[in-house]
Design a protein around this ligand. Structure first.
Ligand SMILES: [Zn+2]
Length: 61
């Protein structure tokens, strides 16, 4: 297990949550194009709780 791997406890049940990678498709305003961006979210394996991972944002995207 990597020492710098981020962990987080579920606020509902206290279980260790897991970081899931997820792809989002967004329409580019004013065009018919779609672009895909990756996002991360915390998912609890014990209950249905999930929340956005506070990832650093890339500006100009
Ligand atoms: Zn939970």
């Amino acid at each position: 297990l990597a020492a710098d791997e981020p962990t987080r406890e579920c606020p509902l049940c206290g279980e260790t949550m897991r970081l899931h990678e997820r792809e989002l498709s967004e329409r580019v305003p004013g065009t018919s194009e779609f672009k895909t961006r990756k996002t991360f979210e915390w998912v609890c394996p014990e209950c249905d709780y999930f929340e956005d991972f506070d990832a650093p944002r890339v500006e100009g995207g």
